[in-house]
Design a protein around this ligand. Sequence first.
Ligand code: AVJ
Length: 317
Amino acid sequence: MQNLKPTTPFARDISEGLSAKDKYIPSKYFYDDAGSRIFMQIMKMPGYYPTECEFEILTQQSGSILNRLAFNEKFNIVEFGSGDGSKTKQLLKTFINKKTSFTYIPIDISQQAIDALKSNICTDFPDIDIQPRTGDYFDVLHELSQSNVPNLFIFLGGNIGNYNSEEAIELLKMFNSGMKKGDKLLIGMDLKKNPRIIQYAYDDPYGITKAFNMNLLTRINYELDADANLDQFDFYCHYNPQNGEVNSYLVSLKKQVFYSKALNRQFDFDKDELIWTELSRKYSFEEITDLAKTCGFTVSYNFTDCKHYFTDSLWEK
Ligand code: AVJ
């Protein structure tokens, strides 16, 4: 029998990624229900600094962020990939306390995530004007660019670091195309720093980041009816301070195959062969300025935590 045609984006991407010369799995597939739970554990690990740094920025500097916006009418806060909203809440709290008038528009692909976020936000801020959207970023952007209301776009958590240079530019140019002159973007970016601090955040001693990566194989077994043996794979990651990249991999511990019933095909691995699972890029301020410029923005201000590990960078179109 022939290989079955992949029927879902996951099936297609796994099939493609595991038959490439240099094998890879796109990092967006980390975040199924189990993976999202593991990511929440990562965010609570002592060495994983980005979450606490960004929390500090948004708790302590939301007033300054608001002043920098200098909008003098009601505006939209449009959030891409909002998660559970705990960091955004710090920003919203300050804006509400200062009697700012805005509409909060969180966008996520998952209806479940949006429902949870909405009830979370409305419990704390019952009077908030919230208009959640699910679906494609591009459709929402197009709709927003048709109106005259000023926009603050927010893209937190350092998620931009998961995109390679070309993809990052493409995404930011797409944001730009949905913005009017004077609109702002607040974007979370992890900064270059002492390499040991970065290495420790990703190569953690608790095995949580390893479990996060291993979950990709669990997901393949479950969703593609495969028989990958998790004991025969390991996790490896490496920070290169010269290019600012953390790259993460699954490593095949022996020459082996596994078989997917859903795809009716087998995947072969050499001993020590890698499956690349994630890029997490770190930036210098100079690189941030260049990236902003390339995508049609100027940097208004970098809001950093007290240790200068992370920035919420405010850009203007
Ligand atoms: C969610 C993309 C910001 O790159 O730091 C954490 C994901 N990967 N540990 C990051 C992640 C391994 C995280 N982002």
